[in-house]
Design a protein around this ligand. Structure first.
Ligand code: COA
Length: 335
C-alpha cells in the first residue's frame, strides 16, 4: 500500500473583478447586505470568449503540474470536478486531457458541486493507494457567471457565486504516515432540490420543453437555493465530518494546523472556527475576494495558503466541504 501526497498546487481566477457596488447597479442589493450576510466583498466573472470552465482548469493545472516537477506526459489520470461544464456532454475531463496534450489517459468528471474537489481528491487517492496510478491531476473549476440570474429576482443566489479554478497533482508517497491520511464522504439526497439547478435536465424539464416554451422568464433555468436551510445543514455537517476525520486518525482538534473549509459563506466558516475554538491563523478564508467558487474554492484557498507559507511540511491540514446534493466530506492530510 502507498499513500498519495499533494505534490503540486495551482489556481487561476479571471482578471475581471466584480464588486458588490457593481452588482448594486444591476440589481436591488447593496454592499452592506452582502458583506454582513456572507463576508463577500468582490468576486471574479470571466470575460465571455476569454475563458471557459475548461480553460481556467487548464491554466490552474499547468501551474500545479510544473510545481509538482513533472510534465503533462507524466499524468496517469484526470479527475475534473465542476457543476458548470463547457458542454452538456462530454465533460471537461477529456477537454483537459486534449488541451494539455496528455497521453490517452483516463479522464473522469465528478458532479458533486461544492464537495466536488473533496470527492475528486478521494477518488484520486484511492487509485494511488492501490498502486494503479502514480500521478493524478485533480481539478475544480467553475464558471458561474454565465448561468446566474443577474436581476433582483436572483439576488439571493447570484451575489454569492464567483468564477475560478484550482488544481492539485496527487503523487505516490511511499511513507504511509505522510500525505493523505483519510477521506470521508457523505450524501443526503433527500434534500437534492434545496440547492439545485433543475433545468435543462431529463427529469422535470426536458430540453424539448424549454425549446417549445421559449419562455425567458422561466425561473427553472437558474439555480435555486433555500439559503437558511442550507446554512443550518452546512454548520452541522461541516462539524460532523471534520470530527469524523480526526477520530479516524486518532487526532484531536488541537492537532489541526490549518483548516481549509469550502468557501460557502464567511459566516459558516466563522461558526465552525468558533465551535472548534481554532485560532485565526489556523483557518484560511478568501471568500471575501472570490465569492463562492464551488468545486474550485478549496483548491484556490489551499494554493493561496500554501503560497503564503501558511502550510509547512509536517502540518496537519484538514479540508472540509458541504454543498448541493446535499453532499459533504473531509480530507485529512499530513503535509
Ligand atoms: C443566502 C443567505 C446569505 C441569505 O441570508 P438570509 O439572512 O437567510 O436572508 P433571507 O434569504 O432570509 O433574506 C432576507 C431578506 O433579504 C433579501 N435579500 C436576498 N438577497 C439579497 C441581496 N443580495 N441583497 C439585498 N437583499 C437581499 C430577501 O429578499 C429578504 O427580504 P424580505 O425579508 O423583504 O423578504 C444565507 O441564507 C446563506 O448564506 N445561506 C447559506 C448559503 C450557502 O452557503 N450556500 C452555498 C452552500 S455550498
Amino acid at each position: 500500500m502507498y499513500n498519495s501526497k499533494i505534490s503540486g498546487l495551482g489556481f487561476y481566477v479571471p482578471e475581471n473583478i466584480v464588486t458588490n457596488d457593481d452588482l448594486s447597479k444591476i440589481m436591488d442589493t447593496n454592499d452592506e447586505w452582502i458583506q454582513e450576510r456572507t463576508g463577500i466583498q468582490q468576486r471574479r466573472h470571466v470575460i465571455r470568449g476569454e475563458d471557459t470552465t475548461t480553460s481556467m482548469g487548464v491554466k490552474a493545472a499547468k501551474i500545479a503540474i510544473e510545481r509538482a516537477g513533472i510534465t503533462a506526459q507524466d499524468i496517469d489520470f484526470v479527475v475534473f470536478a465542476t457543476l458548470s461544464p463547457d458542454y452538456y456532454f462530454p465533460g471537461p475531463g477529456v477537454l483537459v486531457q486534449r488541451d494539455l496534450g496528455m497521453r490517452t489517459v483516463g479522464a473522469l468528471d465528478v458532479r458533486n458541486q461544492c464537495s466536488g474537489f473533496v470527492y475528486a481528491i478521494s477518488i484520486a487517492d484511492q487509485y494511488i493507494k492501490t498502486g494503479m496510478y502514480k500521478n493524478v491531476l485533480v481539478i475544480g473549476s467553475e464558471l458561474h457567471s454565465g448561468g446566474l440570474d443577474m436581476t433582483t429576482r436572483g439576488r439571493g443566489v447570484s451575489v454569492i457565486f464567483g468564477d475560478g479554478a484550482g488544481a492539485a497533482v496527487l503523487t505516490r508517497e511511499e511513507d504511509t504516515k505522510k500525505g493523505i491520511l483519510s477521506t470521508h464522504l457523505h450524501a443526503e439526497g433527500q434534500h437534492a432540490e434545496e440547492l439545485a439547478l433543475i433545468a435543462p435536465g431529463m427529469g422535470k424539464r426536458w430540453v424539448t420543453d424549454i425549446i417549445a416554451e421559449n419562455d425567458p422568464n422561466d425561473e427553472s433555468y437558474y439555480p435555486y437555493m433555500n439559503g437558511q436551510f442550507v446554512f443550518k445543514n452546512a454548520v452541522v455537517r461541516f462539524s460532523e465530518v471534520i470530527n469524523e476525520g480526526l477520530k479516524a486518525n486518532d487526532l484531536q482538534v488541537s492537532d489541526i494546523d490549518m483548516l481549509i473549509p469550502h468557501q460557502a459563506n464567511l459566516r459558516i466558516s466563522q461558526f465552525i472556527q468558533q465551535k472548534f475554538k481554532l485560532a485565526d491563523d489556523k483557518v484560511y478564508n478568501n471568500i471575501q475576494k472570490y465569492g463562492n467558487t464551488t468545486a474550485a474554492s478549496i483548491p484556490i484557498a489551499l494554493t493561496e495558503a500554501w503560497e503564503q507559507g501558511k502550510i509547512k511540511e509536517g502540518d496537519l491540514v484538514v479540508l472540509a466541504a458541504f454543498g448541493s446534493g446535499f453532499t459533504w466530506g473531509s480530507v485529512i492530510v499530513r503535509w
